[in-house]
Design a protein around this ligand. Structure first.
Ligand code: UDP
Length: 316
């Protein structure tokens, strides 16, 4: 029972490490800390079942000993992060996906790919079910992430079909919670950082584009159940409670007594206008659906962000 988690120091990767340890696994986390943070794993120091290696899985790497499961979670995932690291993002979706699948094949381990709702691009149907093939600009700025993940899915299916690797694919929709980076550039951390520092909240475009936000504990529960299932095709894991980004900014403002005003900034190129998971498959297959309300999730996340913000301002 030893699992390898690439991207183990990231937001989702670190929560997954916690969950696997709680299930009795030994865990080896691999991370190059480009967007991950060693602090996310600091609480595991001294845990004999846990090991973290600073390694770039875009380069060749070896893992000694037995491995029962490979979870490929390494990748920049926020739009500003993958725009800043376009080539590494393409590599981690392609070359590193192959390397991690090779590792699973050699070790006779199971495999789970952290894929994304970005595979649907700027969707023409909503909600998005797994049978929708997507609407992705193959050469736009977001393509480094979208196409890398689509390639990663195709590669994972090929290793399953051709090599018989026991693979699983989670299409992860927007997720939030403690251990997100306050400066990762996504909507939630941006709005919270802006509210905490008294700056206006920046809504891109008219704010009518939609998203839905899944609390991290729900997401990890869905991922874990999928990892234990017999399903090989992609499965959506996300919260179907859709709202506009303007409404979302207002929900966050409501937590701050003297919240600054909302201002509008230009909409980034190819920003999806609508995104909402159809989770019928996950419900049926895994008996899973999100449980944590946005209010409860936001409360827990704000506590974390406030502590981060205090640390940040104290160290200045
Ligand atoms: N967004 C925004 N203001 C910000 C950051 C993001 O209005 O300061 C918008 C962004 O344009 C997108 C939505 O919020 O429509 C979600 O963006 P995020 O970067 O969180 O993730 P995405 O779903 O685009 O991957």
């Amino acid at each position: 029972m030893r699992a390898v988690v690439t991207g183990g120091a990231g937001f989702l990767g670190s929560h997954l490490c916690d969950r696997l340890l709680a299930e009795g696994w030994e865990v080896l986390a691999l991370d190059n800390l480009v967007t991950g943070d060693a602090e996310n794993l600091a609480h595991l120091k001294g845990n004999r079942k846990f090991q973290c290696d600073r390694r770039n899985v875009n380069e060749p790497f070896l893992v000694d000993g037995e491995v029962g499961y490979v979870f490929h979670f390494a990748s920049p995932a926020s739009p500003p992060d993958y725009l800043k690291h376009p080539i590494d993002t393409l590599k981690v979706g392609s070359i590193a996906t192959m390397r991690t699948l090779d590792l699973a094949m050699t070790k006779k381990a199971k495999y789970l790919l952290a894929s994304t709702s970005e595979c649907y691009g700027d969707p023409e149907v909503s909600p998005q079910s797994e049978s929708y093939w997507g609407h992705v600009n193959p050469v736009g700025p977001r393509s480094v992430y979208d196409e890398a993940k689509r390639f990663a899915e195709a590669t994972t299916m090929a290793y399953h079909r051709y090599h018989g690797v026991d693979t699983h694919i989670a299409r992860i929709f927007n997720t939030y919670g403690p251990r997100m980076r306050l400066n990762d550039g996504r909507a939630l951390p941006n709005f919270v950082f802006q509210a905490l520092s008294g700056q206006t909240l920046t809504v891109y475009g008219d704010g009518k584009q939609t998203r839905s936000f899944c609390y991290v504990s729900d997401l990890i529960e869905g991922i874990y159940r999928l990892s234990q299932s017999d399903e090989h095709y992609p499965t959506n894991i996300g919260d179907p409670n859709e709202m506009t980004i303007y409404e979302f900014a207002e929900r966050i403002r409501a937590h701050f007594p003297n919240a600054p005003a909302i201002v509008h900034k230009p909409l980034p190129e190819d920003d999806p206008k609508q995104r909402c998971p159809d989770i019928t498959k996950a419900k049926k297959l895994l008996g899973w659906e999100p449980k944590v309300s946005l209010e409860d999730g936001l409360r827990l996340t704000l506590e974390f962000f406030k502590a981060q913000f205090s640390k940040m301002t104290a160290s200045r």
